[in-house]
Each structure stands twice: as structure tokens, then as C-alpha cells.
Design a binder for this molecule. Structure first.
Ligand SMILES: Cc1cc2nc3c(=O)[nH]c(=O)nc-3n(C[C@H](O)[C@H](O)[C@H](O)COP(=O)(O)O)c2cc1C
Length: 232
């Protein structure tokens, strides 16, 4: 089972990118949106030290339980103010409870990172933060997706005439925001779609192999185009 989490809007770019990875995996998955959820950051009480269970009570606990059961985690978040958004950060912070006393409850799970930002920076702070958390949790990263976000200036209602906003920065002062001005949604970003599909396929393949090995079955049959090319 793969758990896919989006810390972005319900129908935003992050959500679409996370779903693309999940769907391409060909495996059973559960998609979770953090949008609208109440998730406190870690308060550093360390009451999780003895049993690896977070003692705060909010919407995170059910998510934490699903993470523990998952074979793989696809985690996606957008850039807010130059870093990962607060909801995504809070969700990842709370995973602190999983790593005490040489217990790494998420160790060995597979991970895919999805990062979304409007102004693509050289250093991707969102990707780097999720990567750091995955490393400290000993989650094995098998793919990353870098997608372009959707600036809020295109939907705030004032964008075409706002000297401080991204619409005028990118197109000058215009009479009306038309479709040709708008940033592409995820499905219209071929490079990001390819990254998502590649990550999903790799994830699915590794998980299937793990399942087969654990069931002591013989290796999967090779696809027809590869059959006969492998010598024992
Ligand atoms: C409060 C706020 C701050 C943002 N700050 C940045 C930023 O500093 N850099 C950037 O590239 N995008 C920034 N964005 C744009 C988001 O990354 C973009 O809207 C993204 O598509 C949101 O993800 P979603 O579509 O999954 O909801 C900001 C958006 C919001 C709402």
C-alpha cells in the first residue's frame, strides 16, 4: 500500500502531481490531502520518547497511523514564502515521534518527493526539506518530481493591474488575464509529468518485487521485449 500526501490545495498542482505518481505505480494506494486539516507542529515535549507515539491530538494522528502501515510514501508540498508550506512542515515535524531509542518506525519504506513552486529557484527548499526528513527517517528515496506552481496573482482578481504582482511582472499591464497568460497546470507540464510517471513506475516495480520475494515466488516473467536478453 502506498500513501500519497499532498500539502497543497485540494485541486492544486501538488495534488495532481502526487496523484500522477500514485496512479502510475499500478499498486494499491491511498491519497490524503492535508488541505483543511488541523495539524499542530511538534511542540518538543518528547513524551514520544518512550513509545514512539505522539501525544498531541489532532488530525495528524490518523495520518501517522497510515504512514506506519504504508510500504511507501509519496509526499508533496508547495513553496510558501521561500520554503515548504506550514501544513507540510507540521506534518513532517510530527514524524519526529517515529525515531527514538534506535527505533526508526519508517525505516526501509520507499519515498517519492514532490515539490511545487511558482518561481523555480536554483535551490529547491521544499524538495531539500522533504529529502532531509526522509533521510533522517531512513526512508529510501526512489524518485523526485519538480513541478511549477500556480501563482495566486492569476486568481486574486486584481492581477492584471497590480504593479507588485506576478501577472504584471511576467506579462506587463494587460486588460484581462486570458488563458494564454496563465501558468500551466500540472497536466500541461510534460517534464514534470514524465518525472511523476517515472517515479511511479519505479516505485511500483520495487514494491511488486518485494511482494514477490516475500512470498518466496520465482522472479516475475520478463516483459516480451526483454525476454531472451538475460543470460543466467
Ligand atoms: C502564501 C503563499 C506564499 C507563496 N510563496 C511562494 C514563494 O515564495 N515562491 C514560489 O515559488 N511560490 C510561492 N507561492 C506559490 C505556490 O507555491 C503555488 O501557488 C503552488 O501552486 C501552490 O501549490 P498547490 O497548487 O498545490 O496548492 C506562494 C503561495 C502562497 C499561497
Amino acid at each position: 500500500m502506498i500513501v500519497g500526501i499532498s500539502a497543497g490545495r485540494q485541486k492544486g498542482v501538488t495534488s495532481a502531481a502526487v496523484k500522477a505518481v500514485l496512479e502510475k505505480s499500478g499498486m494499491e494506494y491511498e491519497y490524503l490531502s492535508l488541505s483543511g486539516k488541523k495539524i499542530s507542529g511538534c511542540i518538543g515535549c518528547v513524551r514520544c520518547g518512550a513509545d514512539n507515539v505522539c501525544k498531541l491530538k489532532d488530525d495528524w494522528n490518523a495520518i501517522g497511523a497510515k504512514l506506519l502501515k504504508a510500504d511507501a510514501i509519496v509526499f508533496g508540498a508547495p513553496n510558501y514564502g521561500g520554503t515548504i508550506n506550514a501544513l507540510g512542515h507540521a506534518c513532517l515535524e510530527r514524524m519526529f515521534c517515529f525515531r527514538h531509542r534506535e527505533v526508526f518506525s519508517l525505516a526501509g519504506k520507499l519515498g517519492v518527493i514532490v515539490s511545487v513552486e511558482y518561481a523555480r529557484e536554483k535551490e529547491n527548499a521544499v524538495h531539500n526539506f522533504i529529502q532531509k526528513v526522509f533521510h533522517t527517517q531512513m526512508i529510501a528515496i526512489v524518485g523526485s518530481v519538480f513541478a511549477t506552481g500556480y501563482s495566486q496573482c492569476y486568481t486574486c482578481g486584481f492581477g492584471e493591474n497590480c504593479g507588485a504582482g506576478n501577472v504584471v511582472r511576467d506579462h506587463g499591464f494587460i486588460d484581462e488575464i486570458k488563458d494564454e497568460h496563465r501558468p500551466p497546470h500540472f497536466k500541461d507540464q510534460p517534464e514534470a509529468v514524465l518525472q511523476a510517471h517515472r517515479a511511479g513506475k519505479v516505485l511500483g516495480s520495487i514494491l511488486r518485487n518485494r511482494e514477490e520475494n516475500s512470498a518466496h515466488r520465482t522472479p516475475r516473467e520478463l516483459p516480451k521485449h526483454q525476454a531472451g536478453k538475460v543470460t543466467p
